[in-house]
Design a protein around this ligand. Sequence first.
Ligand code: AMP
Ligand code: TRP
Length: 341
Amino acid sequence: MTRVFSGIKPTGHLTLGNYLGAMRQWAAVDQHQADAVFCIVDLHGMTVDHDPARLRRLTRQGATLLLAAGLDPELCTVFVQSHVDEHARLSYVLECVATDGEMRRMIQYKEKAAGERARGGSVRLSLLTYPVLMAADILAYGADEVPVGDDQAQHVELARDLAVRFNQRYGHTFVVPKATLPRVAARVMNLQEPTSKMGKSDDSGPGIVYLLDEPDVVRKKVMRAVTDSGREVVYDREGRPGVTNLLEILAACTGGNPESLADVHQSYGALKKDTAEAVVEVLRPVQARHKELCADPGYVEEVLRHGAEKARAMARPTVDTAYRAIGLLPPVAEPALNAAR
Ligand code: AMP
Ligand code: TRP
């Protein structure tokens, strides 16, 4: 059975971009068709300036929202990255396979590091090594497929390169993974700045629809979306990024096709109205389920405890194999333990 792995960072409240670009596909398709593993990657949440209490809160909220979005612990594995040591164990080994040039070429690193420096801040070393940890997440589980939004394709490509290199140098150890991108909404753009991604860690609140935004807040944000000059509704990513983003969101929410949706909308106003209602409807069940889950925190904790146990059992053998292959001396097991096995 195909193994699928994906993760989401608890660096901010989850957005419509996370939902349409990733979570929805995980719930609707991946967990039914594959042996699927989903992770709140809290270690990745410390690669930029962070507040410990907020990180803890967002980690719990992120896990709750994954379940609210329809991930079913009976069908897939849901856990928190830091609960499973294998990620950090394998990451170091992969740092001994990756090169610093490779890391510095990563688009996300270049953008985030430049932003951090422009604000007069310093760049954490973990921001540079982040894609190696991400590769460890993927390779530890022997994932064949990694469903992600478009912005993560380069990182998955790096995981592929590291798997191939490791296997060539030290013997076959890792499955070589590939990214799978959604058909539409692989990159939901910021409503106020339709040339940049709707990212949860960005500050521009009005351009970002959060999964827990009240219906009226969603409507307001969509109705105030920046559109382009011109009046006709046309699907054109380059020339009409604002309108195209709305068409993509509407298509993703209704299962339609963005080009044909352009033909049936006569004005920007009508398009915004339909898009706002479609988003409200898509979020409604997720919000209702989130409310129920918040009333039962013991359930979410139990899902995460059991998820981590399952994840550990999946990752441990592969990481042990990688340790042996690369030349680390295996520890000698205690005789009593040995005999008991
Ligand atoms: P992140 O929020 O960076 O942890 O991303 C978690 C998942 O959501 C990844 O698969 C991303 O590619 C996806 N994602 C995040 N933002 C967007 C967006 N604006 N459009 C589409 N997918 C997104
Ligand atoms: N880097 C991913 C993001 O920002 C999150 C992530 C971490 C991830 N580890 C992963 C995604 C492993 C897929 C597989 O969205």
